[in-house]
Design a protein around this ligand. Structure first.
Ligand SMILES: [Zn+2]
Length: 144
């Protein structure tokens, strides 16, 4: 059962104002994630023969895609790069690499923040089996 309200003590809640977008930080983390995924995809062509290597690369590419979720998430909130247009452009590229579209990701993700902890939260499947931790709820709500 999820709490229907933010149970984080007020003095432990994150304030988005404490995390202003920084271009260099955003560029480094986005480029690192994109570079990692590109390197892994290139390795697919030159991997040693055998199912074991293929399985290892399959998992590694999946983890590389998972790492791209974080820049996409921050861009969807307009909190990755300082300029909105940069967030949108980067978000479109990253979303495409994750086999979705940026507008649909933004719509569903912001709905997730609006309905966090409710049965019709589109992201509930990601956390409903986990006891709702106060820090997770605080982060989600304060960045919405
Ligand atoms: Zn979010």
């Amino acid at each position: 059962m999820l709490p229907s309200h933010d149970v984080t003590p007020p003095d432990e809640r994150l304030d988005p104002a404490d995390f202003p977008p920084r271009f260099g930080y955003a560029l480094f983390h986005t480029a690192a994630a994109l570079g990692q995924l590109a390197a892994l995809v290139l390795l697919v062509r030159w991997r040693p023969p055998g199912v074991g290597w293929a399985a290892l690369l399959f998992v590694a590419v999946g983890l590389g895609q998972y790492r791209l979720y974080f820049p996409l998430h921050d861009a969807s909130h307009g909190k990755l790069f300082p300029r909105r247009i940069t967030n949108r452009r980067l978000g479109r590229v990253v979303a495409a690499l994750l086999f979705t579209t940026y507008p649909s990701f933004v719509a569903i993700h912001l709905e997730h923040h609006r309905r966090w902890g409710e049965r019709d939260d589109p992201g509930a499947v990601d956390y409903s089996g986990i006891a709702a931790s106060s820090s997770a709820s605080s982060c989600g709500r304060s960045l919405a």
